[in-house]
Design a binder for this molecule. Structure first.
Ligand SMILES: C[S@@+](CC[C@H](N)C(=O)[O-])C[C@H]1O[C@@H](n2cnc3c(N)ncnc32)[C@H](O)[C@@H]1O
Length: 183
């Protein structure tokens, strides 16, 4: 990772709680996963100030891929993310001011990887609109399944019961659910 980007990531960690960012370890894990799976097209729902997106987009510079990241907060977090992406020098990010799931159709048809980190009770809706837009063998990673156990209970149950999907819990950060669409 370039020094300039490392410095930006480190500086954003000072306000991590204010902007509900994932932790450093989760960022490293997602970054490594995208590189290991050679993902090209990634969608994030819930950009906030862009911290997690920097980890995702950095990984995509190694695979020649592109990040689409969606944020609904027009006044504060969307402009902050825009500014942080400019500072990062990364050219492979499309920041979308929009509300999922309604605005997901403005993004490309198929994704290798999606990261859900927005309003917990809407996750089922994100999944419904995206399930046919994740490539076979592709992944959905859902954040906060440990910290928001109750709010994400039925979502987790649904995903675990669906035959075309296999899911497992990973105790990193606030808890990740890894769901793979079977090939
Ligand atoms: C937990 S924060 C995201 C943190 C970010 N992924 C990170 O780790 O740096 C959740 C963000 O999702 C946004 N959000 C909530 N519901 C949304 C929706 N339906 N569509 C788009 N963004 C949404 C919120 O405004 C908030 O900024």
């Amino acid at each position: 990772m370039q020094t300039k980007l490392k410095t930006l990531i480190k500086s954003l960690e000072k306000t991590r709680h204010k902007y509900w960012n994932i932790d450093h370890k989760t960022g490293q894990f997602l970054n490594l996963l995208i590189k290991a799976l050679n993902c090209k097209t990634v969608l994030e729902i819930g950009t906030s100030n862009g911290y997690s997106a920097l980890w995702l987009a950095e990984a995509l510079t190694h695979t020649g891929g592109h990040l689409y990241t969606m944020e609904s907060n027009k006044k504060i977090r969307y402009p902050l993310a825009k500014e942080n992406f400019k500072k990062s020098g990364l050219k492979n990010i499309s920041l979308i001011l929009g509300h999922a799931p309604e605005d997901i159709p403005t993004t490309p048809k198929k994704f290798d990887f999606a990261f859900f980190d927005a309003t917990k009770h809407e996750h089922q809706d994100y999944f419904e609109i995206l399930k046919n837009r994740i490539k076979k063998g592709g992944l959905i990673i859902t954040d906060n399944v440990h910290s928001h156990k109750k709010a994400l209970h039925s979502y987790q149950k649904t995903l675990k019961s669906l035959k075309p999907w296999e899911s497992t819990f990973l105790n990193i950060g606030t808890g990740l659910l890894l769901s793979r669409k079977k090939a």
